[in-house]
Each structure stands twice: as structure tokens, then as C-alpha cells.
Design a protein around this ligand. Sequence first.
Ligand code: C2E
Ligand code: MG
Ligand code: MG
Length: 761
Amino acid sequence: MSAPSYPEKASGTVSGKVSGKVSGTVPGYGDLVESSPDALLVVAEDGTIRMVNAAAERMFGYARAELVGSDHRILLAEGYRNGLQRLFFNLRRDAHLHGAPDVDADAADADTAPVEAYGLRRDGTEFQAEVAGSIFITGTVNAAVTGTATGEGTGHGTGHGTVSMIAAVRDTSHRPENDDSLREAMSLLSATLESTADGILVVSSAGEIAGVNNQFLTMWGIPREMLATGDDEAVMGFVLDQLRDPAKFVEKVEALYADPAAESHDNLEFRDGRTFERYSRPQKVADQVVGRVWSFRDVTAAKVAQDRITRAMADLAEQSAQLTALAFRDGLTGLSNRQLFNDRLASALAGPRGTAVDVLLLDLDDFKEVNDILGHHAGDQMLIEVGRRLRACVRPNDVVARLGGDEFVVLLVNSPEPETVAARIVDSLRVPVWIDGTMLRPSLSLGVASINGDAVDASELLRRADVAMYAAKSAGKNRYMRFRPEMMKTLVDRNDLEAGLRLAVDNGQIAVHYQPIVSAVRGTVTKVEALARWVRDGVLVPPQHFIPAAERSGLIVEIGTEVLLRGCTELKPWLLEDASRSLAVNVSGVQLQHGDFAELVLAVTESCGVDPRQLVLEVTESVFFDDDCHVIQQLTSLRTAGVLVALDDFGTGFSSLGRLQGLPVDTLKIDQSFVAMINTGTEQLPILNAMVGMAHGLGLTVTAEGVETAAQAGYLMNLDCDSLQGFLFSGPQPETALQPALDRAARAIAALRGDRVPGNR
Ligand code: C2E
Ligand code: MG
Ligand code: MG
């Protein structure tokens, strides 16, 4: 089969009817072309119109100048725009393959046959047309084409030249077989195909591309020219190049072609990150599979959104896992927290009968002082270190929790020797703890409570451990004790004490006793210390018992105010006699925390008519180590009003001489434990010397507490201690017995001054 050529071989498609322009002589080729009733167009390989005849101008309603140089597709209705290019390619291919042994001549004829199309006029109207084409070569010609249009010879072979196509377009609207409804259906189909967002590709059973919509080309980025070449392999290569897993795609395609009736669906991942959803279904004509329709949908945005959601969900799950973990951890020590401990204890108690459950509750001894004196950072470091040591004392699966503050708890389930663990824990603090260069020797008190088959619930078990822990503290701290039922009494007593104290405060049963303080220099009583007294059911409750209970319950605020008020009221006459006399009142740190403490004190002195300069407030050193400056401010403003401040019990706890400087105090009261060190009065006690010397150096006066013997008084007087207080002079007495006490004290100091033995340092 040879490729059609114009005009000789195109006779089958170009009507022989000559219309209009008739020349009297034998017409030249140009005349023939011009007078052809069919529109003739010379179209270049890239689709550009090179030449047209007069019929083309008439048929399409364009001037020749408008057509030449334009893309031929402007002359074709939508849905038919690629037809001509395809025909062109087929013609070309046939021209080159002509004579080749493996050419399917029938197939070649079929795809170079004239095509049915719809032309598009300049005014937008469409008309049915038939387009026949033939190849037309200029330049070196060795093609299997008769170059009649250029007058070149016929021949076979190979060569190069500019290949164009002559397209003969015939308006076939007049044909009776023109089927409007078919056309309408075609147009609808084509419009539908072009308006869908899916890319559609139809492949014949022979594996050739039978059709595509524009969206398909856009989605895959396939150049229209490439498609026009009909080189399906090139198209396939182009497609595969873009895929992340081309082998898998090829495998799918092969599987589908092996099973023409199959339908399939999957996602294609692109190298550039896009994702297409792919559907493939057989194309059938009257139940006969004639090809396969592939449709592709770009689901990248949906996939990205989906991925994001999946990732967000995963992040959320991770965060919630972290939060859950955090919810059960103690933030400072990393140990379990109370909630986790409670959960574990509950499940241990719900375990099989006979499960041994031991709770070891512990609390650091005097931890508050570490916090107060060394600061919260040191306190935190201490708790972290204790947590670390506790963990090292137990098995990996035992729960060690921090319940809050300096309180820890260990849960042992089926531990063979809980008491050994308790002893090991107490022992673990024997090795000193170093914090910020300071060596500390903390200790702890631990209570053990266990169940072994008997029905005890979680809160009761903890209560028992708590009672045992308090018993350990009362027994001298730094030890563990196992719960015994008798210990409950202590707890009951403690609660009873607080309840009784509440009543006593409400009923005005807190009394005040007064203890004289003598001036070693002046040899007279210059001060009286007011001390709270509680007689309960005829028995005197020692302040060391009820003051801590009052501080725990907050009752100390009311008690302190009561003592101050009574002291001022009862001592007023004595104070008025001599302006150099003063009344000393003890003040707890709890009272100083109250914002209006200073105002309250001044209101009391004013209402009682006592000069604030005759009032001494005794505080312990620990009140100064709270983080806020509130306490300092309160005391400073009181001192501004003339009130004096004494540092009570100096030398106990974490007292340090170095810290004295800068504190708003006037007097140092040396704790009785130091005075008790003086036995004969001839011993060397450099610490006492240092205390008095340092206090004087800082401009403070010194009072020694607990002076019981003349030797002690003599020793202290030789140290130039300013004032002395103790049973040697007088114990605390009620107001009714104060005068004899004052007289006794005055006599005692006078006698001492007379007996004074010098040179006893
Ligand atoms: P403190 O302020 O150091 O009071 C001195 C304590 O030593 C008093 O004990 C007193 O009776 C006792 N004492 C006095 N001379 C001697 C002596 O020669 N030998 C011995 N062994 N002891 C002597 P008291 O009255 O039992 O008070 C104990 C502590 O209770 C007081 O120590 C004080 O810290 C506190 N306290 C007492 N009354 C109050 C109060 O109204 N408010 C506050 N916040 N604390 C108070
Ligand atoms: Mg005191
Ligand atoms: Mg004291």
C-alpha cells in the first residue's frame, strides 16, 4: 500500500466535480488547486498551516492571510482537534514503512483512510466534514511518496526533506447519512470527557492509544506532539519515568492485559510526591472487550491532608502517652507520684489471697531547716538525692513514690524481708549528702505497715505506716519502726491535743507566766519573758507539746495575740515604773507570715498604753530563711517603731554565727544547751566565748538562757554576758506571784555580783 498523494491518488476522496473557476486553457497545478471544490490545506509537521486554497477560505470563513501561519486546530471542532495530527503521523509512518515485510497493510490502510470530523468556521458554526490527507515533501526526496505537488519524481528509498501534509477537507453536511443525534451524542461524550477532572486514556485491545482527554495529558505532562506520533512505547516510557515504582505498575498493566475483563484500582505514587488514584475497566462494544479505559485522579491534596491527619493523630497519641506518663511521675525526683502509688497499692491489695503487701512511709528529719537555711534549690537537690538512694535500696519493680514535700513511700509486694529493706533505707543516708559544696547529714524516720492476709484497706495501711513513722520520730528520729496497735494511741493523743487546745483557746484557758531576766551589769531585773501556759484538767501541758500542735493547727496566732495582750496588760504597771524595763514575748514564724502582724503588735501596745520600746519579740533563727522578705519587712517596721527583736534559742539547729550580720535583731539569746555545758565554771568553752564576742562585735546584747547554777552565772558574767535568765533567779510565775519572783531574782543577781570571782575565762 502506498500513501495517498494529491491530486492523482486523492481522487477517491476529492470529488471530481469541478466548480466555479474554469480556465480556458489546460490549467496549471496552481489553478487546479485554486479551483478545487474541496478546501485544500498544506499543514506543516508542527500543525501550522502553510498554504490554503480559495475553497478553504470560503469553507472556513477566514481570509487566506489569517489562515497561513495559524495552527490548523482552529479549523476543527472540539473533540476532533487531534484527528488531523494523527492522520498526519500515520501517513508519515506508512511512507517510511512502505514495503516493509511486517506491516499489516489493512491496519495501515485503516488509519490513513479519510477521517470524519467537524470543521469549525470563523463564526463559530460547525459543519460535518471529511478530511483526506497525503504526505507532501520538499527538499531531498527519496520517500515512498510521489511528490506530485512539487513536480518531483517518484521513487523509493530514504532521504530527508520538509514533510508536510496536504489535507483535503470536504463539507459533507449534505450527506443523507448525516446523523445529528450521533453527532450530538459524540459532542456530549466529548464535552463530558473534557469536563471531568479525571484523566482518561483509552487503549485498544492491540495496546494502542485510542483516545485521551486533555486532562490526562495535563496530569501526566505528556506533550500533545508525543501523543500525536502514536509512539505508544514512548508515551509509556514517559509515564513510567514519573513513577516511584514503575516495575509494580508494569506488572499491574501486564496482569490486566492478561485478563481483559478485569477491573482494578490502586494508587500510583509519583517521584515528585504526587499521588494518582487509578481505575482500570474493560471497554466493551456489544459485550465484546475492545480495549481498556484507564482513569486517573490526582488525589495528592487529599493524600497530603490524610497523611497530615495521620501524623497529627500519631503526634497526639504520643503526646497523650507522655502526658499520661507525666501524670504518674513526680516532676522533681522522677519517682512515681501519689496517684500511681495509690493505683499500685490498690491492685496489690486486690491481688491473690496471701499476697504480702508492705508500705514503708518515710519523712526526712528536720528537712524544713535545710530548705529554710540553705534555700529551696538545696532542698530540691536533697530530695532528688534521697529519691536516688531510695531506688537503690529496692528491687527494680518495687514502687518508690514521692507523696509531696519530704514524704516518700515504698511499696513492697511479696518482699521476703521488708524490715531489711527499711533498715537499708535508714542506713542509706548515713553517707553524707553534698549539696553545692556543703556537706549535709540528713536522716529519716520510717514507718512500716504490712498486711498479710488480714483485710486492711489502702487508707488504713497508709495510716498505720504514718503512725509508725511518727512513733519513729518521737523515739528520736533517724530510725524505722514497725506499726503496733498501741501506737494508735499517740495519734489519738495528738488529735485529742489539738481538739483540747482549740477548746482552751476558745474558753480563754491559755494563761501566761512570767520569768524574770536579770541584767548582769546593772544587777537588777530589767526584763520579763512571757510564757504561755495551758493547764488541762488540772495538769500543766508543757509548751513543747502544745506549741507545735498550735503551730500545726494555726491556733498559735490566737495564742500569740492572747499572750501579748495579757503580758502588756498585766505587766503595764511594772513597765511604767521604769522605762528601761521590758517585756519579752515569743513569736512563732506562723504569726509572722500574717501580713498584718506588725500592725497588730503596735495596735496591742497602743491599746494597752505600753511603749513599743519596752517590748521585745523573741523569734528563732529559722524565721529569717523564708524566701520572701516579708518577715524581714515586718520586723524592720516594728523595729522602726521602737520594738526590740531577740534571736531565741541561738546555737540550736542550723544556727550559724556567720549569718547574724544584717539580721534585724538587737539581742542574742544563747540556748540553754550551751549554758548546760558549764559545769564547774572552770572549763574552757570557746564556743560560748565566740558567741558572746561575735554578738557584741555586731552590736547585739547577749542573754543566756537556762542559768541554773552560780557557776554558770559566774562564767557567763565573766564573758560579759549582758543578761541572765534561769531557775537560779526564778522560774516562770503567774502574775499573782510575779512580785516575789522579781524580788528573788534581784537578790540573786545582787549576791552574784558580790560573789563575783574574776579571772574565770
Ligand atoms: P523559750 O522561749 O526559750 O523559753 C524559755 C524556756 O526555758 C521556758 O520553757 C522556760 O520555762 C525554760 N526555762 C527557763 N529557765 C530555765 C532553766 O533554768 N532551766 C531549764 N531547764 N529551763 C528553763 P517553757 O516555758 O516550757 O517554754 C518552752 C518553749 O515554748 C519556749 O522556749 C518557747 O519557745 C515556747 N513558748 C512558750 N510560750 C510561748 C508563746 O507564747 N509563744 C510561742 N510562740 N512560743 C512559746
Ligand atoms: Mg523565748
Ligand atoms: Mg529559748
